[in-house]
Design a protein around this ligand. Sequence first.
Ligand code: GTP
Ligand code: MG
Length: 203
Amino acid sequence: MKIKSAEFIMSNSNVTKAPKDRIPEYAFIGRSNVGKSSLINMLMERKELAKISGKPGKTQLINHFKINNDWFLVDLPGYGYAQISKKKRTIFQFFIENYFKEREQLVCTFVLIDSRHDPQKIDLEFMQFLGDNQIPFCIVFTKADKLGSSKLNHQINAYKKKLANFWDPIPTSFVTSSSTSYGREEFLEFIDGINKDVAKDFK
Ligand code: GTP
Ligand code: MG
């Protein structure tokens, strides 16, 4: 799929104020600092579309980007960031949860996992939450450039083995690097395929 346009539409803390367009939507979620905003920029080939930071907790709102005038990408705040106050964390959780429960246009969610990390409870629990709410999701292993290929394969296979304890079949997964653009084509083709599949539901 060719990216002809990618525009920032708005930021929100409340899903009821999100754009009303009836077009397919894809959300990016995962731990703080896992590379959600970087992945959006890499896919769109735009360095500063989504805001990035070396410090966790950069993205704090629901951010809508309209792509090719035809579908939305959504950059969400990360979970599992210990440095924010308990009160703020509860508000975060509330609006992220609400986003997933209320957003009818959402056709697929990408749960990002740092390729270097072993499976963590918070991510597995989040996948469980999506499953419980019948929200389709895929897994995206990020920062693949940080590992050599044999270590990378080892990590991903071990992760999939863990997933097989909870999921049958295990979720579709992708391997990406926002530094090298590894995985970009495959990822965009996947979205293009879904866009075509769901087109009739969005007429
Ligand atoms: P929050 O908005 O805080 O939840 O973080 P985020 O998940 O959006 O992460 P972000 O894209 O801001 O990236 C966090 C840090 O990881 C930044 O320093 C990025 O440059 C770095 N980073 C992201 N993706 C990659 C990658 O594929 N490879 C490498 N080497 N670094 C990456
Ligand atoms: Mg971010």
